[in-house]
Design a protein around this ligand. Structure first.
Ligand code: PRP
Length: 177
């Protein structure tokens, strides 16, 4: 790839596989007999959710919402838009929201509040990465993969202006550090 020179690996594909396995163990322990509804937030969660569910060997359901607040900017505009809503009714279900990264916290807060109003049996959050230095609203992460420093990360589903989602590693742009 022509852009590879400016990217530095923060978490390699093997770090990620190991962490996804650990999260799957924690989730299996808590959800094995609950037929949970896993909700991925698009677009960023698409690779993480795909890898995670293949490590879960019990009945579950998958749905997606598409939310966006960044557009082409590197900071959240503060206004979360729901571009595509849920197709599954979360009422009475054990819901696990799956997210690639919690940054300001606005996206996950928005969705958790939206689902909570629909009376799920339980509601928890699994995030692959957390960047607590950027938080603008408190978010409880029940299953967490990595805590990341204050750099703009890309790869494994996460983009910068729609680029880099296809990287197998989680990287940062070198000029940022
Ligand atoms: C990114 C990312 C998270 C969100 C996290 O999504 O995938 O969903 O931002 O940021 P926050 O905690 O500050 O809200 P984005 O809005 O860029 O859309 P995308 O998933 O389509 O890339």
């Amino acid at each position: 790839m022509t852009y590879a020179a400016k990217l530095k690996v923060l978490f390699s594909r093997s770090d990620i596989a190991c962490t996804v396995g650990r999260l799957a163990s924690e989730i299996s322990r808590d959800y094995r007999d609950k037929n949970p509804l896993l909700i991925g937030i698009l677009k960023g969660s698409f690779i993480f959710l795909a890898d995670l569910v293949r490590e879960l060997d019990f009945p579950l359901e998958v749905d997606f919402v598409t939310l966006s607040s960044y557009g082409s900017a590197r900071e959240s505009c503060g206004q979360v838009k729901m571009l595509q809503c849920l197709r599954t009714d979360p009422c009475g279900r054990h819901v696990l929201v799956v997210e690639d990264i919690v940054d300001s916290g606005l996206t996950t807060s928005f969705l958790l509040e939206h689902i909570r109003k629909q009376n799920p049996a339980s509601l928890k959050l699994c995030a692959l990465s957390d960047k607590p230095s950027r938080r603008r609203t408190p978010v409880r992460i029940d299953y967490l993969g990595f805590t990341v420093p204050d750099v703009f990360i890309v790869g494994y589903g996460t983009d910068c202006n729609e680029e880099f989602r296809n990287l197998a590693d989680i990287c940062y742009l070198e000029e940022e550090v």
